[in-house]
Design a protein around this ligand. Structure first.
Ligand code: ZN
Length: 184
């Protein structure tokens, strides 16, 4: 058991993954569900941290920059904001563990305006393992901040997805060639 690893499961919510989600990746997002669950189990059972940064909006927020870019999504208190499918069950079963934490974020990066960096440093986590959606938006922005903050970055290619296949492919190349990530 080494304690210096954390799995990040980014934005794996109904609005981003379910067929009727407001901003859904659809099938590519649904296909990574089992891989995410098996990674969550593996990290948890090995005593590593499992964090779930979750895009969160308040209803009718006229100041949010995404307002101009995307339809309303991930509004706190709605089904769209809840974790998708088996991950919701997984989280509900394990959320009382000190290894597991879901937290709201309001920007693409999991570090923007959150205590993620402080939390990781307190726990001496140095290596991040990224999963979730979308590869080229929230996973990418999280990876860029992780790079700038000095973390080692790993990305599970079978546990990230996007509604844009072009964006997905671009982001995987960028993780590897520009952010020095290991693609697993
Ligand atoms: Zn959003």
């Amino acid at each position: 058991m080494d304690k210096n690893k954390a799995l990040l499961i980014i934005d794996y919510t109904n609005d981003f993954v379910a067929d009727d989600g407001a901003l859904t990746c659809g099938e590519p997002g649904q296909k990574i569900e089992n891989k995410i669950i098996s990674l969550a189990d593996e990290f948890y059972q090995n005593g590593n941290f499992v964090y779930l940064p979750t895009d969160t909006h308040i209803k009718d927020d006229k100041f949010h920059p995404e307002k101009k870019l995307f339809p309303t999504h991930n509004v706190k208190g709605t089904k769209g904001h809840e974790l998708y499918g088996k991950l919701k069950t997984w989280y509900d079963s394990n959320s009382n563990s000190e290894l597991v934490n879901q937290f709201d974020k309001t920007r693409y990066s999991s570090f923007a305006g959150t205590d993620l960096d402080l939390r990781l440093r307190e726990r001496e986590v140095t290596d991040l393992y990224l999963t979730g959606v979308c590869t080229d938006i929230c996973v990418l922005h999280t990876a860029i901040d992780a790079y700038n903050l000095g973390y080692s970055i790993n990305v599970y290619k079978e546990a990230v997805a996007s509604f844009s296949q072009t964006g997905h492919v671009f982001a995987l190349e960028h993780f590897k060639n520009v952010l020095g990530a290991d693609i697993l």
